[in-house]
Design a protein around this ligand. Structure first.
Ligand code: 4AD
Ligand code: MG
Length: 465
């Protein structure tokens, strides 16, 4: 008999039909005469109820139908009398595929803490919460591809192993096949990378942008969507060592075009979540965050506030003058701390903010330099509860200016000469940005910790599973 996924079974009304469903037992309760089994197969957050008359089944078989066990059920689809469900299955045959010993199965009770579930991350997709989050994660990936594909962007694959440190922050994970127990050094005491696998020092990429720019300066509009790695020792609820980034890059876009795209893109993704993830959203809203859909709607319906870094600093200084206390000082030229970003977004403007024209000292070498000699055409999109969700800029298209800035910031020429060449032959104005996929996931799910929106989080001191 053909198996029906539970999401489809729940939508059926042809009562009396024979049906087969398969899945994992969430709970089993009942009395001496009848057992009620809540079954879930991951196709939806909703369980289907299986009703089993005890006398029809072998006692030993029913004993194996415990929380976590995997079973296949053949039965009759019937209209349900229970509240909150329309159909259930009157079971005729039950086959146990895999038992789950109640003494050892770790997901016995409902209501485990998220911290505990993180320790058993390999099992947590079986819970309602993580089922919802990971179904939504898959939906958001689809939203992203659909958005760009419908607008003529090319999905461009940039390398994960690279020699260039795009952000210049020295946070790269080295990739080597050299024997670390027996490292050969040259006469100057340096490691001889010419003996290494690629014949030079390599690392995992922190961003696909530099190669993405080559794509934009030939295909016109591209986007990347892949894993990125940062050996950044920050143990915060917003940082991962391995995260996914979406990086669109567009020829002939200036910073205004870039901002407009960033807003439209995020709004599209959030609208997708509202339209296509209703059951999962409703669950997360009820369990964790009563204002979730309200916040998502607000972002979809309102323009993001645009202002310069300098204006932002003035607002923050003004707040301090009126008694607002920050842990870190507010000074033109220093990077904004998350408390500053959150003040602008959550307290002052009460909406997403796009900050532009940052001091060049706190931004990367590739950003277009403004005529004031002090600032660059950077943009950060700041979100309520998240802080920075997007970082981007218009790119420096002038060869001499770019080269000088790279030298000033000590970016090794041997690693980026090919990137500079794009400015020698057919250079063009262009812009792009990077959206942190997990930061978007934090926003749309209302989860508080970035470790809870990726199936297998990698953070300092943790690479389990
Ligand atoms: O601001 P970032 O460092 O910008 C870049 O990498 C540019 N090359 C992007 C571009 O212009 N093409 O990172 C971009 C975004 C951040 O805004 C944040 O959302 C996310 O990536 N991000 C992280 N997400 C999780 N964990 C981390 N450690 C992250 N670091 C950055
Ligand atoms: Mg940034």
């Amino acid at each position: 008999m053909q198996r029906t996924e539970i999401i489809h079974a729940l939508a059926r009304t042809d009562y009396g039909a024979q049906i087969n469903v398969k899945g994992w037992v969430r709970t089993r309760r009942g009395n001496k005469a009848v057992s009620f089994i809540a079954l879930n197969d991951g196709s939806t957050i909703k369980n289907i109820q299986i009703v089993a008359d005890i006398e029809k089944f072998d006692e030993e078989l029913l004993k194996q139908v415990t929380t976590g066990a995997c079973i296949s059920v053949v039965g009759t689809l019937v209209e349900s009398m229970g509240k909150g469900q329309t159909v259930e299955i009157q079971a005729q045959e039950i086959e146990v595929y895999g038992t789950a010993d109640p003494e050892t199965y770790p997901l016995q009770k409902k209501g485990h803490t998220l911290e505990y579930l993180r320790e058993i991350a390999y099992l947590r997709p079986r819970t309602n919460t993580f089922g919802a989050v990971f179904r939504m994660r898959s939906q958001m990936a689809m939203a992203i591809h659909t958005y760009f594909q419908e607008r003529g962007f090319n999905y461009f694959h940039t390398p994960l192993i690279t020699a260039s440190d795009c952000e210049g922050a020295g946070q790269m994970f080295q990739v080597t096949t050299m024997n670390l127990y027996d490292l050969k050094k040259n006469d100057a005491g340096e490691i001889d990378y010419s003996r290494d696998f690629f014949g030079k020092q390599t690392a995992l990429t922190v961003s696909g942008q530099l190669e993405g720019e080559l794509g934009a300066l030939s295909l016109g509009k591209i986007y990347t969507f892949g894993p990125t790695f940062r050996a950044e020792n920050s143990n915060t609820p917003r940082h991962l060592s391995e995260f996914w980034m979406i990086e669109p890059e567009m020829a002939f876009y200036d910073l205004n075009d870039n901002m407009a795209l960033a807003q439209d893109f995020i709004q599209y993704c959030v609208r997708w979540a509202l339209d296509k993830c209703q059951d999962d959203l409703a669950f997360l809203e009820q369990m964790y965050d009563k204002e979730l859909t309200q916040r998502l709607r607000f972002v979809v319906e309102n323009d993001f506030q645009r202002l310069t870094y300098t204006e932002g600093i003035e607002i923050l200084k003004d707040a301090v003058a009126h008694g607002k206390k920050f842990e870190f000082p507010v000074d033109w030229g220093t990077d904004l701390q998350s408390e500053h970003e959150r003040y602008l977004v959550e307290e002052h403007f009460k909406r997403p903010v796009i900050l532009i024209d940052y001091p060049k000292e706190i931004k990367s070498f590739y950003m277009k330099q403004n005529d004031d000699g002090k600032t660059v055409r950077a943009m950060d999109v700041l979100f309520p509860h998240i802080g920075e969700i997007i970082g981007g800029s218009e790119r420096e298209a002038d060869y001499e200016k770019l080269k000088r800035r790279a030298e000033e910031m000590h970016v090794p020429m041997k690693d980026i000469w090919w990137y500079l060449d794009t400015r020698r032959w057919g250079s063009a104005p262009h812009s792009g940005f990077g959206l942190g996929f997990e930061r978007l996931m934090l926003f749309v799910t209302g989860m508080q910790n970035i470790r809870d929106v990726i199936p297998f989080p990698r953070t300092p001191n943790n690479a389990d599973f």
